[in-house]
Design a protein around this ligand. Structure first.
Ligand code: AMP
Length: 529
């Protein structure tokens, strides 16, 4: 039998754990470290490096060193976030035919899934080496606020490197599992997770072995990278003021500044002042130019306070959605490397009116929770543990005049399944377009489009007569399947799916197959285009 592992595939660092008996343990990588930089590099002699060796040569080979790929996974090239982040990436990204992102490195184009698969493959090999056995199955964690495309893309990344994902679970939920089982605490928990690229806040209740997520909220574009960028921007701006040289156009200089800024940021979590020293960062006809600059903790705090405040505003929303006052929270767990920043700890302490739980390693707890979940799924752990997670977004379809009808509401416990009846808006309408979206706006165009397909072959009938049942089903991985069925005729209809909507061909096939099996239900009808 092969071993099961739990993987925290982080933006900046990744971590892998397994269950040693009933205890989760971290598996060290080939360098002997518990965490691995989520970095992949392609050297000039055609070698592919992963982890620390890749990170080490980022300065000399910035164009072929891929970091923060988690920020790209499942995203569209023309999304506003991508257009912002693009400017700062030393490696080149281009647009795929279907609008996805492609990364140009080592003389080839790679999808973010492929790059992620190199990191997962490395962790898999580390685990196999450490455990002395094959590893084919894993639980992988994702930010709670990852959408359908991002979850699916993560699963695909695992498949590419031969890992079967037995469950995708949310990072904060994994953290709560590891914490809850270890401390045997019960009550209301807030998991505040600020990693390299994403922020999540999850409110959950632990009661008698049941881990019940009440609400989750977050921002997949808010993390430690943004703290780094604030400092990088201030250094670049100051250099421009002093020398009229724009270092943001110099990839090598920018990579050095990035590393120095991140290092300074980390140091300022433990000291009140540090120095950034970058000799020969640029030159003019008069000679070389250097950066030598003292940075205080309060300066960094001033630059980044807005980012921390954004996390607190999101936390407030999550609490309101859970219908819980901050003071009712029994324990606050901090996850993600950026929570080491004293300002983050201060603001969290002030907001919840209590100190966060001590003795938690924010870099390791998520992978440990994933390993526990793997064992729960395989039924070889305390049967009394039950995890009830939620969907972070409302899911529904476009209705007439660009409206959006939610079918499954945000924060609904998953797995979830719901059917709603719709009808035609024109006499003798032979087909309806099913446009699946995710989001909270009543306007379809303001939400994220997940898939579009047509239900064809409806019998001619006056508007409002045919009944079309649309069924949404979210599985335990948080992934959505949609089915549409014409109930009025009782006949089966072929679903024609428009390509490039982000769902994979197999998923689409599943939609078609499911349509045949659907059971009719009676609900209010709404007009469909
Ligand atoms: P994660 O995605 O959880 O690995 O978090 C990585 C993020 O945490 C990166 O942005 C790191 O720069 C940041 N980080 C790690 N250690 C510290 C620290 N001591 N102080 C502030 N940020 C840190």
């Amino acid at each position: 039998m092969t071993e099961l592992i739990g993987i925290d595939l982080g933006t900046t660092y990744s971590c892998v754990a397994y269950m040693n008996g009933d205890r989760p343990e971290i598996i060290p990588n080939f360098e002997g470290n518990n965490t691995t930089p989520s970095v992949v590099s392609f050297t000039t002699n055609g070698e592919r490096l992963v982890g620390l060796p890749a990170l080490r040569q980022a300065i000399t080979n910035p164009e072929n060193t891929i970091y923060s790929v988690k920020r790209l996974i499942g995203k569209k090239f023309d999304s506003p976030e991508m257009q912002t982040i693009r400017q700062r990436l030393p490696y080149k990204i281009t647009e795929a035919i279907n609008g996805d992102i492609l990364i140009e490195a080592g003389g080839r184009l790679y999808s973010p899934q492929e790059i992620s698969s190199f990191i997962l493959g490395y962790l898999k090999t580390c685990a196999e080496n450490f455990l002395g056995t094959d590893v084919e199955e894993a639980v992988i964690t994702v930010p709670a606020y990852f959408n359908d495309h991002q979850r699916q893309a993560t699963k695909d990344a695992a498949a590419i490197c031969g890992l079967n994902v037995i469950r995708i679970i949310n990072e904060p939920t994994a953290a709560s599992l590891a914490y809850g089982l270890d401390s045997r605490r019960e009550g209301l928990l807030a998991v505040y997770d600020l990693g390299g690229g994403t922020f999540d806040i999850t409110i959950l209740e632990i009661n008698d072995g049941v881990f019940h997520v009440l609400s989750t909220n977050g921002d997949t574009f808010l993390g430690g990278d943004d703290f780094d960028n604030s400092l990088i921007n201030s250094i670049v701006e100051e250099f421009w003021q002093e020398n009229q040289i724009d270092l943001s156009q110099d990839k090598f200089a920018l990579q050095r500044i990035k590393e120095a800024a991140e290092k300074a940021k980390r140091e300022l979590s433990f000291t009140t002042e540090t120095e950034i020293n970058l000799p020969f960062i640029s030159s003019t006809e008069h000679g070389s130019l250097h950066i030598k600059k003292k940075i205080s903790r309060s300066y960094l705090e001033k630059l980044t306070e807005k980012l921390v405040d954004r996390t607190m505003a999101i936390s407030q929303v999550a609490l309101s959605e859970a219908k819980v006052q901050p003071a009712r929270i029994d324990e606050v767990i901090l996850v993600g490397g950026q929570t080491r920043m004293p300002l983050v700890r201060q603001k969290v302490t002030h907001f919840f009116g209590r100190q966060p739980a001590a003795r938690i390693n924010p870099d390791e707890i998520v992978a440990m929770g994933a390993a526990i979940q793997a064992k729960i799924i395989r039924g070889s752990i305390n049967n009394l543990v039950l995890l009830l997670d939620v969907t972070p977004f409302s899911l529904g379809i476009e209705t007439e005049n660009g409206g959006f009808q939610k079918i499954i509401e945000k924060n609904a416990t998953i797995p979830a399944r719901k059917t709603m009846a719709f009808t035609t808006v024109e006499n003798n309408q032979r087909r309806v377009k099913i446009h699946v979206l995710q989001g909270e706006s009543p306007r379809a165009e303001e939400n994220k489009s997940l898939a579009i397909f047509d239900l064809v072959g409806i019998d001619p009938a006056p508007a409002g007569v045919p009944q079309i049942d649309v069924t949404f089903e979210i599985d335990a991985d948080g992934l959505l399947k949609v089915t549409a069925r014409d109930v009025t005729t009782g006949r089966e209809h072929k679903v024609v799916v428009k390509p490039a909507a982000g769902l994979l061909p197999e998923e689409l096939q599943e939609i078609i197959d499911r349509q045949k099996k659907e059971v009719a239900t009676n609900h209010d009808k709404q007009g469909l285009l």
